[in-house]
Every structure is written in C-alpha cells, then in structure tokens.
Design a protein around this ligand. Structure first.
Ligand code: NAP
Ligand code: MG
Length: 500
C-alpha cells in the first residue's frame, strides 16, 4: 500500500492538456456560454489536493435559460418531431464519439474523481453501452390496447415523453451517472438539463462538447455546471421542468421531493444504501471473500451499492474476514493515474473527514479496527486505508448510516433461524442492494424474496447491467432506472377511448 505519486504515464496527460487549460463554459441551447454572473469555481484533483481546472458556476439565471432552451426543443423544436430512428442514430453517434475519445475522457474522470484510470476507461465503455442500449428503445416503448368492459369501444394507450427533464447527478461515478439519465430520457423523446456534481464537472462538460459535435439540435441536451444551491435547487424549483431525476444522498433527495411540489413535477430518486452481504458456510468462500472485498473497496467504497454490512456465518467468520483483511493489506492505494493503483483517493477532504469520523465513532461505540482505519500518511491527497471493523452491533452509527468509503462492518450470524437473518438484513432504512453467498439454491431464493432491496445478487451475480432494472426500496429511492422500466419512467401514459 502506498500513496507515493510515482511517475505516471505521460500520454494520457497529453490528451487532456488543452482541455484543462481552458476555463469552461456552460452548454446552453447548443452554445458554450459563461455563467451570467461570470463566476467560476476550482476543480480539484483528489490525489494531490491541487486545483487543476476551472468550471463555470451556473446559477438560477443560467438554469432558466437552459430550461427555456429545452422547452423550445421539446415543445416546438426538432426533438419531439424527429422520428425515432433519427433520434436513435444520434444517440449511437454520441456513443461512438465517447469511444473515440475514451482515453481522454477516462483521464479527465480519473484526475477529477480519483478513480483508477483503468476503471475510468471501463466507465467510458459502459457509458457508450448505456447510450446504445437505450437508443434501441427509441420508438419501441409502446402503449397497449386494453379490453374494456363497455361494449363497442376502441381503447388504446400512448406512451408520450414526459417533457423537459432536470437531471442532477453525484460525483462518485460521474460520467455513468450523467449518461444513465440522459440516455433513457433522449430515447423516450425528452429534452434534458443536466446539473453534474460540483466536485466532478469535467466529463459532463466534455459530454456537452460531444453532443454539439455529433449534431444534436440546440436545446436537446444542456449542461449547467455549478453548485447544488443555487443551480440544482433552481432546476428543481423551475416550473418549466416536467421531471427531476436525481441521484445522490437521501438528505438532498428529501429536500428535492419538497421543492418539486410547486408544479408537482415527477420525481425519480436514486439514493443511498447500506447493503448487506450474507455469507453461508457452504459458499465458495474464496470467491465470497473476493466478492465482498471488491464490493466494499471498489472506487474506495464510494459506490451506492457498496456491501457495507457483512454478515458471515460464525463457522467461517474468521476464514472469510481473514480473506478480506488480506486483500485490504495488499490492495495498492495510490493516485488513479498511477498504473498499478487498485484503489484511488476519496473525492474530497470533506469526504475523508466524514469517513475518518465514522471510523472514530465506531471505535468510540466499541468496534474493533481489524485493519486500516486511518488516512495514508505522507500525501496531500485524500487517501484512506481500506478498513475492516469487527465487534460492530446494530445500534452503532457505522452499521446504520451510509459511510460512502472503504469501510466494512463484519458481523457473525448463524443459520438456525432464517427469520432472524431476514430481520438482520432488513434492519436498515435503506434498501438498494444485497448479496447472498450459498450453494443452497432453495435458501438463496427464499432469502431473495424476503430481502427488501431493489437488487439481490446471488454468488456474485452482476449488480448493474442496462437490461436490469435498478433502484431502491425504502429510503434508497423512488422508481427504477435502466431496462424498459427506466425508459418508461420518462413517459406519461395517455388513454384514448373511442366510441365505435
Ligand atoms: P448529494 O450531496 O446529494 O449531491 C448530489 C447532487 O445533488 C449534486 O449534483 C449536488 O450538487 C446536488 N444538490 C445538492 N443540494 C441540492 C439541492 N438542494 N437541490 C438540488 N440539487 C442539489 O450527494 P453526493 O454527496 O454528491 O453523492 C453521494 C450520495 O449519492 C451517497 O449518499 C450515495 O449513496 C448516493 N448515490 C446513489 C446512487 C444510486 O444510484 N442510488 C448512485 C451514486 C451515489 P453539489 O455537487 O454542488 O453538491
Ligand atoms: Mg474533482
């Protein structure tokens, strides 16, 4: 484990030099414009703590212009009248453009967010796939022809685009989060105003440039960088917005529900999680340990579906936890741009303080730090050690609250009482994801039905694929993204009833 900034490859940096040297603009109505206030803000590299770019700080006036542009493109402009294959083709072109610039975009993402370059590269490929998957739905989200009780009627439903969408996204996997909203909205025929996270604005800006380059009509996609308050807030309050799709914290999600009440705009929420990982003694323990470690240390635990509550059968507890500790010990922590890095820094000083604060609260409440628990010495970056806590109990904050860092709480269970395991797994206000490791298929399916979470993974089943609906039970959110459900979420159903 090392936070030393060893020489990074120079080719990726050469790809982003001229982009970073610019002071970036907002992308509104097909044009690049400064914020009306003229304000800009610093973009920080979390591996060094240094400012490495500047972005425009959009405010309410800029949001108003962007929403009006999106309204024009939707109400009278070309997007709503463009036929589905033409929309589909533009989305494919955008996917191609992302791939053609993959190394550059991945470098921006790694510098901005801190994630390892190789992971960022995977994210660009995933974003392109998200666009292509959703492009396939353009023109294929149809209504139905219900058989009604009254005789001599012909009734059908239409699925129409909801209209102008305000998309508000977090910093943890920025490009993916942005495209995961823009792509299905475009496929459904909507126009979008995107407000990316202030901590990681760069790939959203680059996305706006590519939208312009591949020839989307003005106003179809707008990007307003800036702060949650005022920019995000103004977007949620704007009466010209028909739907807000938000990914972020549960606290901000709740404030969005209240702020959206003005025009009762539709609200979709993808929020936090405290996902359980349940490992039974008959599981493939090697794979289960590796999966559990990956599930909490990937992206330094800054993942909404992170498996942060680990429940291991007491018979194999030491073996499994030992395997995770060993992985934590050998994980290479360093700058995302260093080629052998497996885990990058946390995104900000604030996030580092938050995660360290949680570890401290855990130890104050009686938890044992089995490994990690500290920031890495000798670096100005926001590096945190991969951390395993034991002796944790349900009443501790580290077990109840989302830490959003590389910290797992390991707790023993037994399998004498399935009801008890279900109670423990569901003992959280969240319900985003969950994992079960066992070779007993009956047990796996029984548990899968009883866990209150949007996703149940069995033996390492994939967590995210654009053909799988994704979203949360309870306070992990409202609605589903991805798959057919994700596109339908950007539509309204109209019923047409005809007397024959
Ligand atoms: P956050 O503070 O809730 O911010 C998310 C976005 O909302 C940012 O763009 C933020 O702008 C904006 N925002 C802040 N206050 C706002 C307001 N009053 N009105 C409108 N917009 C506002 O969350 P975060 O710290 O960036 O991200 C971490 C959280 O996201 C975690 O809880 C994590 O679980 C969750 N998350 C969930 C998923 C999922 O799919 N379920 C995926 C990823 C992350 P600023 O950047 O200026 O603050
Ligand atoms: Mg940054």
């Amino acid at each position: 484990m090392s936070a030393q900034v060893s020489p990074t490859r120079s080719e990726p940096l050469a790809l982003v030099g001229s982009f970073l040297a610019r002071t970036h603009s907002l992308f509104i109505d097909g044009k690049f414009v400064p914020a009306q206030s003229g304000e800009i803000f610093d973009v920080i590299n979390p591996a060094t703590g240094e400012v490495f770019a500047k972005a425009a700080a959009g405010g309410a006036a800029d949001i108003d212009l962007a929403v009006k542009a999106a309204r024009r493109a939707f109400d009278s402009g070309p997007w709503s009248t463009m036929n589905p294959p033409a929309r589909r083709n533009l989305m494919w072109k955008l996917a191609d453009a992302l791939e053609a610039n993959a190394q550059q975009i991945a470098t921006l993402e790694s510098l901005d967010n801190g994630m390892p370059l190789i992971m960022a590269r995977g994210m660009v490929a995933q974003a392109a796939e998200c666009l292509r998957y959703n492009a396939g739905w353009a023109g294929k989200v149809n209504g139905e022809t219900p058989t009604i009780s009254a005789p001599n009627h012909h009734v059908y439903t239409l699925r129409e685009p909801v209209g102008v969408v305000g998309a508000i996204t977090p910093w943890n996997v920025p490009l993916i989060m942005e495209v995961a909203k823009v792509a299905p909205a475009l496929a459904a025929g909507c126009c979008v105003v995107l407000k990316p996270a202030e901590l990681t604005p760069l790939t959203a800006i680059r996305l706006g440039e590519l939208v312009a380059e591949v020839g989307f009509p003005p106003g179809v996609v707008n990007v307003v960088t800036g702060f949650g308050d005022p920019a995000g807030k103004a977007l949620v309050l704007h009466s010209g917005v028909d739907k807000v799709s938000f990914t972020g914290s549960t606290v901000v999600g709740k404030s969005i529900v209240a702020a959206a009440a003005g025009n009762l705009k539709r609200v979709a929420l993808e929020l936090g999680g405290k996902s359980p990982v349940i490992i039974f003694p008959d599981a493939d323990l090697e794979r289960a340990s590796a999966g559990a470690a990956e599930g909490i240390f990937r992206n330094a635990g800054q993942v909404c579906v992170a498996g942060s509550r680990l429940y291991v059968h007491k018979k194999v507890f030491d073996q499994v936890v030992g395997g995770i500790v060993e992985r934590a010990r050998t994980l290479k922590v360093g700058p995302g741009m260093q080629l052998d890095t497996q885990m990058g820094p946390l995104v900000s000083q604030k996030q580092l303080d938050r995660v360290s604060g949680y570890v401290q609260s855990g130890t104050e409440q009686g938890a044992e730090v089995v490994i990690g628990g500290k920031r890495l010495e000798g670096s100005k970056g926001y590096f945190m050690q991969p951390t395993v806590l034991a002796q944790t109990t349900r009443d501790m904050r580290v077990v109840q609250e989302e830490i959003f860092g590389p910290v797992v709480c390991a707790m023993p269970i037994d399998d004498e009482d399935l009801d008890r395991i279900v109670r423990v797994a569901n003992d959280t206000e969240y319900g985003l994801s969950s994992s079960i490791w066992t070779r007993d298929i009956s047990l796996a399916h029984k548990l899968a039905r009883r866990i209150k979470a949007g996703t149940v993974r069995v033996n390492g089943g994939v967590g995210i694929d654009y053909a799988m609906p994704f979203g949360g039970y309870k306070q992990s959110g409202w609605g589903r993204e991805y798959a057919r459900e994700g596109v339908e979420a950007y539509t309204e159903v109209k019923t047409v009833s005809v007397a024959l």
